[in-house]
Design a protein around this ligand. Structure first.
Ligand code: FE2
Length: 430
């Protein structure tokens, strides 16, 4: 007896009329014409079923704090850093947990069931680390949280950061973080990359550095990150987040850099919402976009995932943690509106992101966790176009979030109709 049978789904690879059998929280069978008794059946109208969205780059400690202690009037990175500097010392564990929990609830509602969150380890008490470790345990039945020890004020620039990174990892933080472009000198930045990768290699951990999040084309720490990845045998375990400087680099240098990243099996994470908002602020016109070279990296065989980075915090006052909004922005900022390109962006907020996080049991194969999202769309491009409604969100085969289908009724004199925004499929009626 199955626990659940989902009927008539469309999959992201285009297969239609697919049934998904679920037993003991995992996918038992997936294909056409699955016929077995089930306790529950969910019959779809050919809607797109995808493994859940994954946010590979976020900051849970600062989320939903916008306006505290004051609003970011200029909207700039620098004013955001100033505000965070004033706010962080006043935070309590309860406050951090409350805001992060709320964000996770938004995330689940949007069908995102895994978040990698950087957590600032500048504060010697590691209060936010402990708060988010507790929240990770509390929410484990519903969402996977992965934490990155992030020395936000610099690994060498802030006196206690080297100790605090190690202490955070000792307490159970999963991933080694860093911010080489924020160190005092380029040399310190490169040394921090080396030291952080060595810590990860010794402990068998993953690495995810905020790397070159600047408009300065001479910020080239990703080169060192690729080198250290090779030297320490960390291929496939290292992420360079942001990589914004690549946008401004000389093309000849990029033609040398991309093969280095590919050789090191590095994954890039772009954060299109935040980088289009924060980069290029010192430019007049034309203004640079500031997002890393997503299209070119994908063409070079480098995995690229997409992160939300911030929702309503000192750096970014917008967002509702919708990973389709992230992919939608990436399509625009990266000139990636070709059909295959948009498919790749959909993968950037699902499968590629899951691979970067080394998530276990993720996917649509038999044996994978029955973690699924039913979208009010027929394919990934339509999902991005509409930022489609998440009709059902399933975790281990149980529906944990529902949203009513979007339906708009027009009343224009003699013309009354429903508009559902599914191109060519709008219905008419009296
Ligand atoms: Fe970030």
């Amino acid at each position: 007896m199955l626990d659940l049978l989902i009927r008539n789904a469309t999959l992201p690879d285009g297969r239609e009329g697919i049934d998904i059998a679920v037993r003991d929280g995992r996918i038992a069978e997936i294909g056409r014409g699955v016929d077995a008794p089930a306790r529950e059946t969910l019959t779809l109208d050919g809607w797109l079923v995808t493994p859940p969205f994954v946010d590979p780059h976020f900051h849970l400690d600062s989320t939903l704090s916008a306006g505290r202690p004051r609003a970011n009037r200029s909207g700039t990175l620098l004013e955001g850093i100033e505000i965070w500097g004033d706010l962080a010392p006043t935070l309590t564990a309860e406050d951090v947990k409350h805001r992060a929990r709320e964000l996770c609830h938004w995330s689940i509602a949007r069908g995102c069931l895994a978040i990698r969150s950087h957590v600032d380890v500048t504060d010697d008490s590691l209060m936010a680390v402990d708060a988010l470790l507790e929240l990770r345990r509390e929410l484990a039945p519903w969402i996977d949280l992965q934490l990155v020890a992030f020395p936000q004020s610099g690994f060498y620039r802030h006196r206690s950061a080297p100790d605090n990174v190690v202490r955070a990892l000792d307490r159970g933080v999963d991933v080694v973080g860093g911010i080489p472009h924020f160190e005092r000198t380029t040399e310190d930045g490169a040394a921090s990359v080396k030291a952080l990768c060595e810590i990860a290699a010794e402990r068998g951990l993953l690495v995810d550095l905020h790397c070159d999040e600047t408009d300065d084309p001479n910020s080239r720490h990703v080169e060192t990150l690729a080198r250290e990845t090779e030297r320490l045998g960390l291929q496939g375990r290292v992420v360079g987040s942001h990589l914004s400087s690549m946008h401004s680099m000389d093309n000849y240098y990029v033609s040398k850099l991309l093969p280095l990243l590919q050789e090191a099996a590095l994954t890039a994470i772009a954060n299109p919402l935040i980088n289009i908002a924060l980069q290029g602020r010192c430019d007049t016109y034309p203004k640079r976009r500031g997002m890393t070279r997503v299209k070119e990296m994908i063409a070079a065989g480098i995995p690229v995932a997409l992160g939300h980075d911030c929702v309503m915090d000192p750096w970014y006052g917008l967002g509702s943690h919708d990973m389709l909004e992230v992919a939608h922005m990436a399509a625009h900022v990266g000139h990636m509106t070709g059909v295959d390109e948009m498919q790749a962006l959909f993968a950037g907020v699902t499968t590629t992101a899951a691979t970067a996080l080394h998530l276990e049991g993720y996917g649509l194969e038999p044996g994978c966790h029955a973690d699924l999202v039913v979208l009010q769309a027929r394919d990934p491009v339509e999902a991005i176009r509409l930022r489609a409604t998440r009709l059902h969100v399933l975790r281990r085969g149980a529906v944990i979030a529902r949203t009513a289908p979007e339906e708009v009724s027009l009343d224009l004199g003699d013309t009354r109709r429903k508009v559902d925004f599914l191109g060519g499929r709008a219905t008419t009626g009296g």
